[in-house]
Design a protein around this ligand. Structure first.
Ligand code: R5P
Length: 270
């Protein structure tokens, strides 16, 4: 392990320094790009470029939370397709392989020449809910079609079936609307599975609908608990009985540890 010294110059620019040699090595740089995203991203680019410049043979970027992944297409004319730009930045900085976890849309990874691996923390989340929280048999719900694969995968461990909702988000205000849909959840425990919880708007809308339809308990599980702008308080106030996430982002709900998942993948580099 080589420690990295990092600091900000008085004007806000990032500084990084490897405190040890990386010459001739395969270097795995572990850097999750949660807020402040831009600072974490530029640190990652500086480290990858410096590693190559200092003689590293190969650079593997381990980025548990991949920032900018939601802006994966041009929703409104004139918009930047941000994830494409970020992937290009990593590539030109010398990253040979990118390992990430539950990226918003896996398709985006096909647009880069870097080797890419998208791991999933859904089985870890589902096992935690079943074993630590006693929620075996709960219904796994995707708040939108994009999260369907995750809910389906969770249900193979929870064993209580799965379903999905149809969600719409205003591209202008960001407001979330979940379409009314009859679900067979009366008297049941439901766990909403999503890749990330940001403002909590999605979980609040889904919880309100589920409670209206008679769900006895509602939990929310996500890989990336961004939880911005008082999201956790809003979610709990909406009637959600609990929120769990992984430590891809530090937060009060980051109870599921993904280090073993990353370490298993990194063994392929040995
Ligand atoms: C979007 O499609 C994502 O999968 C999440 O559902 C979304 O980013 C959650 O954001 P928020 O918590 O702000 O509703």
């Amino acid at each position: 392990m080589v420690p990295v010294e990092h600091k900000l110059f008085p004007d806000g620019e990032s500084y990084v320094r490897f405190d040890g040699s990386v010459e001739g090595e395969t270097v795995a740089i572990v850097q999750s790009t949660y807020p402040p995203q831009d600072k974490h991203l530029i640190e990652l680019c500086l480290l990858a470029d410096a590693a190559k410049d200092l003689g590293a043979e190969r650079v593997v970027a381990v980025v548990p939370y991949m920032a900018y992944a939601r802006q994966d297409k041009r929703f409104l004319s004139g918009e930047a397709i941000s994830i494409n730009t970020v992937l290009k930045l990593l590539e030109v900085s010398g990253v040979d392989k990118l390992i990430t976890v539950d990226i918003h849309n896996e398709e985006a990874l096909k647009r880069t020449r870097m080797e890419t691996v998208n791991l999933t923390a859904v089985p870890l989340l589902a096992r935690y809910l079943a074993e630590e929280k006693g929620l075996s048999g709960a219904f796994a719900l995707a708040p939108d079609r994009g999260a369907l694969k995750r809910a389906e995968e969770a249900s193979t461990i929870l064993g209580g079936g799965f379903g999905w909702l149809h969600k719409e988000r205003s591209r202008i205000t960001g407001e979330v609307r979940v379409e009314e849909k009859a679900l067979d959840v009366s008297g049941r425990t439901v766990i909403i599975f999503d890749d990330m919880i940001s403002t909590g708007g999605t979980i609040v809308a889904a919880t309100e609908l589920l409670k209206k339809q008679g769900a006895s308990r509602v939990y929310a599980a996500c890989t990336h608990p961004l939880l911005v702008k008082g999201a956790l308080k809003r979610i709990l106030e909406s009637g959600c009985d609990g929120v769990i996430g992984t430590d891809s982002i530090p937060s009060p709900v980051s109870v599921v540890h993904i280090a073993p998942l990353l370490a298993r993948e990194l063994r392929n580099e040995l």
